[in-house]
Design a protein around this ligand. Structure first.
Ligand code: SAM
Length: 264
């Protein structure tokens, strides 16, 4: 699959508009809204993206996490859950879901894990309220998940060495490199020995770019090198590429726990 288009280039935009004329007005509306939100939030990415989520969630919480229909929301949540199961997730594991949204994958994880073993965090109060609604609709109150609002990805409120699985689906696809770097700088502390951190991202084979500061496109080598610079061992998950999903996935482990796990 080729993912080399630079979506910020004028040529790409004009070609896309010619192919999808009905999307021109919504795109212009989104461009105007995003410009206004960027002015209001003064260059702070987290404040800006929180405002984007507020606006999108008010319209449709399922759409705010990228799947406007119930059918697609169900499919994308199940895909994430099935992938973790196929990689050996156990009910006794502790899972940290970074950018948990309205529990698209979270509700499967909460049902599967032992009570109290699911921790979701997000920068958006509006989507966390939607997450509470999902929890109620799904009848999962007794599973006692943790849902926490955060301002950054320093993970300072979480215990060291606690999580067998840390998961961030479709979060770094909306994150500038400094946000990803902040996460890499702290995720190793909360990983249990042998634990891993999976994240998806928009892959490009061409120049790295962003669109409206909402969607970010990275070369895999950039993220692998950044992980290594933070003492993490990272590799591309080839089996994820077989699934019908636009983004790619990388798995990261703390380099020292990798040594413990392999006994070398
Ligand atoms: C596309 S949604 C995906 C939600 C969920 N992971 C899923 O797959 O259903 C992205 C989510 O990440 C959250 N988010 C974006 N940047 C974040 C950050 N730096 N820290 C925590 N959450 C973030 C957004 O508020 C949003 O809920």
């Amino acid at each position: 699959m080729t993912r080399s288009h630079n979506r910020s280039s004028l040529t790409h935009r004009l070609r896309y508009a010619a192919r999808n004329p009905r999307r021109i007005v919504p795109f212009l509306r989104r461009t105007a809204r995003d410009w206004r939100l960027r002015q209001q939030t003064g260059g702070d990415h987290i404040a800006y993206y929180r405002a984007v989520m507020k606006s999108d969630t008010a319209r449709n919480p399922r759409g705010a996490v990228g799947t406007p229909t119930q059918e697609r929301w169900n499919a994308l949540g199940k895909m994430q859950f099935d992938y973790l199961i196929s990689h050996g997730l156990s009910p006794a594991d502790h899972v940290l879901d970074i950018g948990c949204g309205n529990l698209r994958a979270g509700h499967h994880l909460i049902r599967f894990l032992e009570p109290g073993n699911y921790h979701g965090l997000d920068i958006s109060p509006d989507i966390l309220l939607a997450a509470q609604r999902t929890l109620t609709e799904q009848g999962l109150q007794a599973r006692l998940p943790y849902l926490t609002l955060v301002n950054d990805l320093r993970l300072a409120h979480l215990p060291a060495g606690h999580f067998q699985v840390v998961h961030a689906h479709s979060v770094f696809s909306h994150s500038p490199l400094e946000v990803i770097e902040e996460c890499f700088g702290h995720v190793g502390r909360v990983l249990a020995p042998g634990g891993y951190f999976d994240f998806t991202y928009n892959r490009t084979g061409g120049p790295e770019h962003q669109v409206l500061r909402e969607d970010f496109y990275y070369r895999p080598g950039t993220l692998l090198a950044l992980a290594a610079a933070h003492g993490l061992e990272a590799h591309v998950m080839d089996d994820w590429e077989e699934l019908p999903h636009q983004q790619s996935k990388i798995r990261v482990r703390a380099a020292d726990t990798q040594t413990v796990a392999s006994g070398t």
